[in-house]
Design a binder for this molecule. Structure first.
Ligand code: GAL
Length: 674
């Protein structure tokens, strides 16, 4: 069984090439002190590993690996292909990425590659093969970290050729493509494949079907590049697990569901985007999403040690918060907590990025936090081995997540430019998180047999198969909640006529005649006291019952929220955007109605986040106190953090954590503010 399945990892990206060797010696000592057992090496090492085309020099990396070995630190070995060296760019200028406006990017940063360029693909395969042959069976190799955050889009000539081939495979004939892309409008009819380009800068609006297909193509193209490297690794005889680190910031270039079957381990880089308490919900969102992609345990490959980049500054993340956040990921199935990066750079592009060893050195609160986290992960290591059956986290609520939904809402000139897929999904997830329930994300057509409620936040373009899957879910007793502007178009962004939301009209039992976005800052009340913003619709009932109506505005008296019962299941439609506090209330009452309980109901509203993780050796309750008032937590179990029984209660001070091995799964717990 690979190591990552049976233990929690602690450590991070280690870029020793930035330092003289005496620092490496100190690094090893400090890693031992902090209990670091895993580093990622080689992410940015291409220029040193292959100083000239086809000439390799890995003596220095041999030394690093030897030192890690001696210090008993395992490593993920990255293939360095996210950052091609300067000589590569000079030799193969055609392998630089091109922006939609035709600007060819130049060297001087990183990620300067055109994913479809043959020279790049060949060089990437070669360096992967070299590394796999040299280190592929090293006993400390935990796995392969192929590339780094695939995500550079290229609109240049190589992408153009590859996009055309992809389109030929997808559509077969130009007639089918013309039909799907609605090219009859604006004289866009294609008479020759050679006329088709990536969506580049245009005089006015781009064709939305072309835009979304290009995103799908780009994800497939990056997956193909990944698979080539994986094949080289396997061909060299290395059997170590292969991963690539996903990233989920404000952009998304990958269809992660399509990648997951090719990954031995799903890993992610996750960075907080707010300093406020919503950061904790953000951790939960990233962790739930990655666990869902993985279908089980996964690995947090990067987070920041002490910085939160917000707007124009780098805010400080306190060590206690870093520890709580780390456990937030572990509670949801991460096999540990890794960071970017081990030691803070003294120069270069990421000088001011935080690190486990900050500029101040080991004599610091930040390094102290690292030492504390290392010890803590060691104490709770038994949570790592997954249960013999069933999921690591049992969730009764699910949210549909689909990159295609994201890309559709990024097309231009929609009824409201403020429609944003990630915000919609996060608002729903946030409401579920605040209700204290566990959440899974599911792909279109995924297994939702255990989920009592399923949310589909604004998902404009939907294929008939997905609509049929949602109908089956409801018919088999599920409770579906559909957000506005969902299923109004097919998978080619073509509106289904006759009233919105075309593909879901019958299932929802409504017919929407008009979309009526609101002005900036404009809000309206609903009959149940909810407040809505951004969007309203003129809804006609066609089988559904009204749950709430618009209480003011042009649509006053008209249905705003509807429900249609289908056997023992139901489908609810939100024709508007509830402001977060109204959404929280709506979600909480829906969960109560359908018997979806919080992990620890008594914890809701106390500032204590309670998450249950199932493991081979039992059920573990993670209690993370984000609030500002001490609480007493009581229930049958053993807190592994303090090695103390919890039957008579333990006190959790603000900022503190407990990880309790429960005597019985899902026992009753009390949480009392002091
Ligand atoms: C990640 C990336 C790292 C580092 C980090 C800084 O997205 O993989 O190499 O740049 O961001 O936040």
């Amino acid at each position: 069984m690979p190591d990552h399945v049976t233990r929690l990892h602690f450590g991070g990206d280690y870029n020793p090439e930035q330092w003289p060797r005496d620092v490496w010696v100190e690094d090893m000592a400090l890693m031992r002190r902090a209990g670091v057992d895993t580093v990622t090496i080689g992410v940015f090492s291409w220029a040193l590993l292959e100083p000239r085309e086809g000439e390799y020099d890995a003596a220095w990396l041999d030394d690093v690996v030897g030192m890690l070995d001696e210090a008993e630190v395992g490593f993920f070995l990255a293939t360095p292909t996210a950052s091609p060296p300067p000589w590569f760019t000079r030799a193969h200028p055609d392998a630089l990425p091109v922006r939609p406006d035709g600007t060819r990017l130049t060297h001087g940063s990183r990620d300067t590659y055109a994913i479809s360029a043959p020279a790049y693909r060949q060089a990437a395969r070669r360096v992967a093969r070299f590394l796999a042959e040299r280190y592929g069976d090293h006993p400390r190799l935990r796995g392969w970290h192929v590339h780094n955050e695939y995500g550079t889009l290229d609109h240049g000539p190589h992408a153009e050729a590859a996009f055309r081939s992809w389109l030929r495979r997808r559509y077969g004939t130009l007639a089918a493509l013309n039909d799907a892309w609605c090219t009859a409008f604006w004289s866009q009819h294609y008479g020759d494949w050679a006329d088709i380009t990536p969506p580049r800068a245009t005089q006015y609006l781009a064709n939305p079907a072309q835009v979304v297909d290009f995103r799908r193509f780009s994800s497939d193209e990056m997956l193909a590049a990944f698979l080539e490297q994986k094949a080289e690794i396997r061909a060299a005889g290395s059997a170590a697990p292969v991963t690539t680190n996903f990233m989920l910031p404000t952009w998304n270039h990958l269809d992660q569901w399509a990648w997951r079957e090719h990954l031995d381990l799903v890993s992610v880089d996750h960075y907080l985007d707010t300093t406020g308490p919503d950061g904790e919900a953000h951790v939960a969102y990233g962790a739930d999403l990655t666990r869902s992609w993985a279908g089980g345990p996964w690995l947090l490959m990067e987070q920041s040690a002490s910085g939160i980049r917000v707007g124009d500054r780098q805010a400080f993340k306190d060590p206690d918060r870093m520890i709580r956040n780390s456990l937030g990921y572990v509670a949801r199935g991460s096999q540990g907590a890794l960071f970017f990066q081990w030691r803070a750079s003294l120069g270069g592009a990421e000088t001011w990025h935080s690190a486990l060893v900050p500029h101040a050195g080991a004599d610091s609160r930040v390094f102290d936090g690292a030492v504390r986290l290392g010890a803590l992960l060691d104490r709770i290591g038994e949570v790592a081995a997954p249960p013999a059956d069933g999921p690591v986290v049992e969730a009764d609520a699910a949210v549909l997540w689909d990159a295609n939904g994201w890309w559709s809402l990024e097309t231009s000139h929609l009824p409201h430019d403020g429609l944003d897929y990630a915000s919609e999904v996060r608002a729903t997830h946030r409401a579920l998180w605040r209700a204290g329930v566990a959440v899974d994300f599911v792909p279109p057509g995924g297994d939702v047999s255990r989920h009592r409620v399923l949310f589909v936040p604004s998902h404009m373009a939907m294929d008939a198969g997905t609509a049929a899957w949602l109908a089956r879910y409801v018919e088999s007793g599920g409770h579906l909640v559909v957000g506005r502007f969902t299923g109004v178009a097919d998978e080619h962004q073509r509106v289904v006529p006759g009233g919105y939301p075309g593909v879901l009209r019958d299932l929802l039992g409504v017919r929407v005649e008009e979309l009526r976005p609101l002005g900036d800052g404009e809000t309206l009340a609903l009959s149940d006291g909810s407040v809505v913003e951004q969007w309203t619709e003129r809804v006609h009932l066609a089988g559904a019952e009204p749950v709430a109506t618009y209480a003011e505005g042009d649509l006053a008296g008209g249905p705003a929220v509807t429900r249609r019962a289908v056997g023992s299941g139901s489908v609810t439609y939100l024709s508007t955007r509830l402001v977060q506090r109204s959404l929280d209330r709506f979600v909480a009452s829906l969960l109560a109605e359908h018997g979806v309980a919080a992990a620890v109901p008594a914890a809701v509203g106390t500032g204590v986040e309670a998450v249950r993780r199932r493991a081979a050796s039992g059920s573990y309750l993670f209690l993370l106190h984000h609030g500002d008032r001490a609480v007493r937590v009581k229930g049958p179990g053993l807190d592994l953090v303090e090695d103390a029984r919890t039957d008579d209660g333990i006190v959790l001070e603000p900022g503190q954590v407990a990880v309790v091995r429960e005597d019985e799964a899902a026992a009753a717990w009390s949480v009392t503010p002091l």
